[in-house]
Design a protein around this ligand. Structure first.
Ligand SMILES: *Cc1c(COP(=O)(O)O)cnc(C)c1O
Length: 429
């Protein structure tokens, strides 16, 4: 094994350090495996119940009328998420698009959108109109309010109550911290928030941005009262195989409106050819629980390695996990570059590329990104990025297999060592 890792660029001391850490994580890895096993059962039961057959995998073109494979895949998603309906389409181009469809389908002029969990994910700022953009919700007469979280990251129930008015139609709840520093919410916490929102305004629609959260726990936000759950297929539920797509699961009347928004009033879910993508969408969903478990092990492994080397990790090495993102504060530009070089050199694709910080549209600071993915931009595949500014944090996530995530993290440590930016600690088991 050491020889194999040496061939891949990992020295004996780094390999041994990793093995020591893994020995300390046996119980946590077993717990993650149990969640994956349970979720595999959920997906299998949904596929069996809906009689998925070889006849579901045929390509359709043109209008895509009577696309049985597409309709059954949507039933499989609905049954896995325990919702009345689902919209799962390659015509949904990304997570932001899925969220945009869900919001613009269910908010009309004069309605107000509420975020009870502070500011939303960056790309939603333009969707909502927090940053001006053509075709934002604001342009269409939908107003927006947010209630900030308390300093400790918990819900500020008084502020939320004060922010709800008769116009408040829909609450958007982002499960994952994304690139913010707040904690990610557990599904149980989201359930408490939804119960509170509905106690103040019973008809409020609760939508959860579920990106990066799917299959991390045995329950999903739709199990605790969410009316809509929304996410991207090039993150968790695509299992690394779906080449594009998004999903919206939830109440039938709300999902139906999403379908009318996505295609056209009157057409809705009846149109939308699958273009031959269904096999990878089915197979990716089937593999997703296992893929997510590998990514989670990688995140916890990294937190445990880096924390012992003296770097602050968010979440920390012992925290329970509710999404697959790991942030590591590396403290310098050089360390961010070394870390990303390690992740990049471990990739199956573009391993020879050298990530360097670069000015990116939409960002004030230079950004560095490491990704060697089969699907462009896929962040269920091992990837790392971050803005070059204090505290010089890299956010990394994914790994289609635990072994690949492990190699990437070991190589990141290796590159930091070679640059003289860290040394290995003693591990006491
Ligand atoms: C990734 C992400 C999005 C947006 O998804 P894209 O596919 O990048 O458009 C929205 N919300 C959260 C929390 C995310 O992690």
């Amino acid at each position: 094994m050491k020889e194999m890792y040496a061939r891949l660029g990992v020295s004996e001391s780094v390999f041994d350090y990793g093995e020591q850490i893994i020995r300390l994580l046996r119980q946590r890895f077993a717990d993650i495996d149990a969640v994956a096993e349970y979720n595999q059962g959920k997906v299998l039961a949904a596929m069996q119940k809906n009689r998925v057959g070889a006849n579901c995998f045929a390509a359709t073109t043109g209008y895509g009328y009577d696309d049985m494979g597409r309709d059954i895949l949507e039933r499989v998603y609905a049954d896995t998420f325990h919702t009345e309906a689902a919209l799962v389409r390659p015509q949904i181009t990304c997570g932001t698009h899925a969220l945009t469809v869900a919001l613009s389908a269910n908010l009309l002029p004069g309605d107000e959108l509420l975020s009870p969990v502070g500011g939303p994910y960056d790309t939603l700022e333009e969707v909502i109109g927090i940053r001006p953009s053509a075709c934002s919700l604001k342009e269409y007469g939908v107003s927006y309010r947010q209630a900030e979280l308390k300093a400790d990251g918990s819900f500020d129930y008084d502020a939320i109550r004060a922010a709800i008015s008769p116009q408040t139609k829909l609450a958007t709840i982002q499960r994952s911290k994304g690139y913010a520093t707040r904690p990610t919410f557990s599904v149980r916490q989201i359930g408490e928030l939804i119960a509170f929102l509905k106690s103040v305004k019973p008809d409020i629609i609760c939508m959860v941005d579920n990106c990066y959260g799917e299959f991390v726990e045995t329950i999903e936000p739709s199990d605790v009262g969410a009316d809509l759950v929304v996410g991207s297929l090039i993150k968790n539920p695509g299992g690394g195989l779906a080449p594009i797509g998004g999903y919206i699961c939830g109440r039938k009347d709300l999902v139906e409106r999403c379908a009318y928004r996505l295609s056209a009033p009157g057409l809705g879910q009846e149109v939308g050819a699958n273009l031959g993508l269904l096999p990878s969408m089915y197979q990716g969903f089937f593999l997703a629980p296992t893929v997510v478990s590998g990514a989670l092990k990688g995140a916890i492994f990294a937190a445990n390695l880096y924390e012992r080397m003296g770097f602050r990790c968010i979440p920390d090495s012992t925290c329970s996990r509710h999404d697959i993102i790991q942030a590591v504060e590396l403290g310098s530009r050089e360390a961010m570059v070394a870390f990303c070089k390690g992740i990049q050199s471990a990739a199956p694709v573009d391993s020879y590329a050298d990530p360097i910080p670069w000015a990116m549209p939409g960002y004030d600071d230079e950004v560095i990104m490491a990704a060697g993915a089969f699907v462009q931009g896929s962040s269920i595949e091992l990837s790392a990025d971050g803005p070059i500014r204090p505290p010089y944090a890299v956010y990394f996530q994914g790994g289609l297999t635990w072994y690949h995530a492990k190699l990437g993290i070991l190589l990141s440590v290796q590159k930091l060592m070679e640059a003289g930016l860290t040394k290995l600690p003693e591990v006491l088991s």
